[in-house]
Write a protein that binds this ligand. Structure first.
Ligand SMILES: [Fe+2]
Length: 71
């Protein structure tokens, strides 16, 4: 599990950055946060991944909406 960084108003809660490439073309760059940002100003719930402990790991699903990159 990642940890947050920064201080005060620059604090970034724990998150994971990701990029999606199709045919070596960058299609999406975004980040996902965890449930501890729920209701926090500036964080849309769409960016939250809910994880559950499964055996010795944390498991979660996150939907990524891809633009129609062929246009
Ligand atoms: Fe970051």
């Amino acid at each position: 599990m990642p940890v947050g960084y920064g201080e005060g108003t620059a604090y970034r809660p724990p998150h994971i950055h990701f990029k999606v490439f199709i045919d070596n073309k960058e299609i999406v760059t975004s980040q996902m946060f965890f449930s501890d940002v729920e209701g926090r100003d500036g964080f849309n719930d769409e960016y939250i991944i809910n994880v559950k402990k499964a055996d010795k790991i944390l498991k979660g699903n996150y939907n990524i909406v891809l633009p129609d990159y062929n246009k």
